[in-house]
Write a protein that binds this ligand. Structure first.
Ligand code: GDP
Length: 459
């Protein structure tokens, strides 16, 4: 008996020593307007509710063996990054009528403490373990800098300009392309030129994003300068190989300096410390935006997936990298149940190349379709006399119910004929209202399975 006591006491000591020490850093990012703010808000609402005993995240609760006891917000362990404001975000959902939460700062963090029950192998209760879940939200644009780490300025320029001279990009970038095409081969290393090129290039990127819904836009900080703002460090741009003078050297030096700076200020202090990562993508939005926007989103996703899941390479570069990465198509409630598997399959198809590599290298990648906040129910609509699977929800602006046919979701990047069939646009739905004390969390689709895959093994 006394031996058992000693063993138990030691376990208890170890358990006490563990309290407050265990951290899971879960990074959440998404290509612009992917639904990051809503995802984080719903995740927090549902975890808090799960901590009060509600079965809002069944797959996570089950994967954690039903041992989640309490969940509450705790101060984040960093003072330098803005806080994600849960009260404001949850408040918007609790308003009458409920509103979507305002977009977050582009870099913010929030920590939740999760108390997990522990038992001895004989079923005796041990002190609870406290696991701190750090949620770190950063702009997806920065993720697109990762592929640049594998290229020099010349290779990056060639690839970027080839893309920029195609399709709607060429029109959006007309002024920039005219500028670089007029540069003499021996263009000098003058800051006036460098800044002019940078400004025209950045404006082209902005037009591509804002007017055409394109996503494969590098470098990330040109679109999203972050807390450090704009600096001469950013005064570079892609150049054709016909330009070889001082300006080309200047751009190449700044390109390298920019990547060093991103490493020193983002990749090393933050990215390399993430344990888990989820990348959100509005794949449905890209499908509805047309062939070019879709292809571009797919290319951006594939490029990021190739790097992020090539953990060996990232680990060698940064010393560490997230060990699990999930890619999730958001707003899955915009399509009826049977289309959601297609949506997940589509994301998987886009990232599949990376997946093969990931399996070889140890990082694990998984693909999902989720609705952080479910606003619709399945319904049937009539299209040219035919019954088609649709969704029904309350329109945000009008406040009235509507049945919407969202079109078909292909299981892989669609054939050209798909785009001829005409595109559907999705309205903004009104979110359901969060009850006053948030006791029942928010309705969602697949958030629990995604979380279970991402963190349950650490609980
Ligand atoms: P962010 O820019 O990535 O932070 O995007 P937000 O999270 O602010 O989401 C942008 C908009 O997408 C929201 O205002 C909603 O209209 C819509 N949205 C986001 N998530 C969902 C979801 O799960 N379901 C539905 N129906 N709409 C969503």
């Amino acid at each position: 008996l006394s031996l058992l006591r000693v063993v138990l006491d030691t376990t208890e000591d170890a358990a006490r020593a563990l309290i407050g020490r265990e951290r899971i850093r879960l990074a959440v990012t998404g290509l612009s307007r992917a639904g990051k703010t809503v995802f984080l808000t719903s995740l927090i609402a549902n975890l808090l509710a799960a901590g009060r005993g509600a079965r809002t995240l069944p797959a996570l609760s089950d994967a954690a063996g039903g041992r989640i006891r309490r969940v509450f917000v705790v101060p984040a362990d960093t003072e330098t990054v803005p806080r994600f404001d849960p009260d404001a975000h949850l408040g918007a959902l609790a308003a009458d009528p409920p509103r979507w939460p305002e977009r977050t700062e582009d870099f913010s963090t929030l920590s939740l403490a999760i108390d997990v029950e522990r038992r001895t192998s004989l079923g005796g209760l041990l002190p609870e373990r406290r696991v701190t879940l750090d949620l770190i939200d950063y702009p997806g644009e920065w993720l697109l800098d990762l592929p640049m780490l594998r290229q020099g300025h010349a290779a990056w320029s060639a690839e970027t300009l080839a893309r920029l001279r195609r399709g709607t990009r060429a029109a959006a970038a007309a002024d920039f392309l005219a500028f670089i095409d007029s540069l003499p081969p021996e263009a000098p290393a003058e800051d006036v030129l460098a800044k002019r090129g940078f400004t025209l290039y950045r404006d082209a990127l902005r037009a591509c994003r804002d007017t055409h819904g394109l996503r494969f836009l590098q470098p990330g900080r040109f679109l999203n300068p972050g807390p450090r703002g704009e600096a001469p460090l950013l005064w570079f741009f892609p150049l054709p190989d016909s330009v070889r003078g001082g300006l080309a050297d200047l751009c190449a030096r700044r390109y390298a300096a920019y990547l060093d700076d991103q490493r020193a200020n983002f990749l090393d202090p933050f990215f390399s410390r993430f344990h888990r990562q989820v990348v959100l993508v509005d794949v449905l939005g890209a499908l509805h935006a047309g062939q070019e926007a879709f292809t571009d989103t797919a290319e951006a996703l594939a490029a990021v997936a190739a790097i992020i899941s090539g953990a060996n390479w990232l680990e060698r570069l940064l010393g560490a990298a997230p060990s699990r990465v999930a890619f999730a198509a958001t707003k899955a409630d915009h399509v009826p149940t049977r289309a959601r598997d297609s949506l997940a399959a589509l994301v998987e198809h886009i990232t599949l190349g990376a997946r093969g590599r990931a399996e070889a290298s140890g990082a694990t990648v998984s693909c999902h379709a989720v609705a952080a906040i479910r606003c619709t129910e399945d319904a049937v609509a009539r299209l040219e006399g035919q019954a088609v699977a649709a969704v029904r929800g309350v329109l945000l602006q009008e406040g009235v119910g509507a049945t919407i046919y969202p079109g078909e979701v292909p299981m892989k990047p669609p054939e050209p004929a798909f785009w001829d069939a005409g595109l559907f646009s999705m309205p903004e739905f009104r979110p359901p209202r969060l009850d006053r004390h948030g006791a029942s969390g928010m309705p969602h689709l697949g958030l629990d399975a995604l979380l279970a895959w991402l963190v349950a093994d650490l609980l």
